[in-house]
Design a protein around this ligand. Structure first.
Ligand code: NAD
Length: 293
C-alpha cells in the first residue's frame, strides 16, 4: 500500500501540491483552518480532517504549506510533534525565516523525527502543474526520504545543505530576482525617456551584458519580449506582496549574519512603496509603473 501523507495548509499553493500527491498514488489526509480550502481538497480526493493532530495521526509523512514562520511553529509545536507517528518524515514547504526553520528542525530532531525545510520556486501554475523547484535543507538521510515525495510535486529537487539552507537558497535567489527586476525596469524607463525605443533596447540588451531572466524571460514591458504578466495587465504571475515578503525575510536574514545587502534593501523599500500604493496584488514586474512615474 502506498504511503499516507498528512497535508496541512491547502491554500493557493497547497491545493495543487496535494492534488499532485494524490495523482501520484499517495493517500492524503488534509487539514486547513479554512473550510472552503478543505472542501476543495476533499473534491480532489483527500480525506478532510477536523484538526492538524487528526490529519497527522497514522501518516508516514507530513507536508505543510503555510503562510509564515509563526504558523509553522504553531502547527509543529502545537499539533504535529505530539500526534505524528514515530518515524514519520516531516517536510515544511512554506517560505519562512531561516532562524525559525532551523529552530523547528532542531525541535523535530530532539523528538526523534527527521525533518527538512523545502521551500519552492514557481507559483500557483507550477504548483498545479507539478513543476515546482524544491530547495531542500536537512540531513542527507532526511533529504533521501523527502526526495520521492517532493518529486511527485515538482520537476527539480535540490539539496542545499543542512537545516535552513533551503530557506537560505530561496531568499538569496528571490533577493537577486527582486534586484534584477528593479534594475531592468529602471533601465527600460530611462531608455524611454532618453528617446530609445523599448523594443530596440530589448533587442540590444537581451544579447548584451545587461541580459537577465527579468529581461528575457519575464520582460516587464507589455508587447516586448516573450509573453509575460505585463501582457496581461500585470495580473497573475508573482504578486508584489509576496516579493515584498521574501525581500523582508532576506534583509532580516542578512542582518542576522552581518551581510551587506544594499541592493536587496533598496529593492525591499521600493516594493514596500508599491504595496503601500495598493498594488500588492499585481505581478511584481509592475514595479515599472512606479519607476516610470
Ligand atoms: P495561502 O494563504 O493561499 O495558503 C495558506 C493556507 O494555510 C491557507 O489556506 C490558510 O487557511 C492555511 N493556514 C494558516 N494557518 C493554518 C493553521 N494553523 N492550520 C492549518 N492551516 C492553516 O498561501 P499560498 O499562496 O498557498 O502560500 C503558502 C506558502 O508558499 C507561503 O509561505 C508563500 O510565501 C509560499 N509561496 C507562495 C507562492 C505563490 O505564488 N503563491 C510561490 C512560492 C512560495
Amino acid at each position: 500500500m502506498s504511503m499516507t501523507i498528512a497535508f496541512i495548509g491547502l491554500g493557493n499553493m497547497g491545493a495543487g501540491m496535494a492534488a499532485n500527491l494524490l495523482k501520484n498514488g499517495y493517500a492524503v489526509r488534509a487539514f486547513d483552518l479554512s473550510a472552503s480550502a478543505l472542501d476543495k481538497a476533499k473534491e480532489a480526493g483527500a480525506l478532510p480532517c477536523a484538526s492538524a493532530g487528526e490529519a497527522v495521526r497514522g501518516a508516514g509523512a507530513v507536508v505543510t504549506m503555510l503562510p509564515a514562520g509563526k504558523h509553522v511553529e504553531e502547527v509543529y509545536n502545537g499539533s504535529v510533534f505530539g500526534a505524528a507517528d514515530a518515524g514519520a518524515i516531516l517536510l515544511d514547504c512554506s517560505t519562512i525565516d531561516v532562524a525559525t526553520a532551523r529552530r523547528t528542525i532542531a525541535a523535530a530532531e530532539d523528538k526523534g523525527f527527521a525533518m527538512v525545510d523545502a521551500p519552492v520556486s514557481g507559483g500557483i501554475a507550477a504548483a498545479n502543474g507539478g513543476t515546482l523547484t524544491f530547495m531542500v535543507g536537512g540531513s542527507d538521510a532526511a533529504f533521501e526520504r523527502a526526495r520521492p515525495i517532493l518529486s511527485a510535486m515538482g520537476k527539480a529537487v535540490i539539496h542545499a545543505g543542512g537545516a535552513g539552507n533551503g530557506q537560505a537558497a530561496k531568499i538569496c535567489n528571490n533577493m537577486l530576482l527582486g534586484a534584477t527586476m528593479v534594475a531592468t525596469c529602471e533601465a527600460f524607463a530611462m531608455a524611454e525617456k532618453i528617446g530609445l525605443d523599448p523594443q530596440t533596447f530589448y533587442d540590444i540588451s537581451s544579447v548584451s551584458s545587461g541580459q537577465s531572466w527579468s529581461m528575457t524571460s519575464y520582460c516587464p514591458l507589455p508587447g516586448v519580449g516573450p509573453n509575460s504578466p505585463a501582457d496581461n495587465g500585470y495580473e497573475g504571475g508573482f504578486a508584489a506582496a509576496l516579493m515584498l515578503k521574501d525581500l523582508k525575510l532576506a534583509v532580516e536574514a542578512a542582518a542576522a549574519v552581518n551581510a551587506s545587502v544594499p541592493m536587496g534593501g533598496n529593492a525591499e523599500a521600493l516594493y514596500q512603496m508599491l504595496v503601500n500604493s495598493g498594488e500588492g496584488g499585481k505581478d511584481f514586474s509592475s514595479i515599472i509603473r512606479l519607476l516610470r512615474g
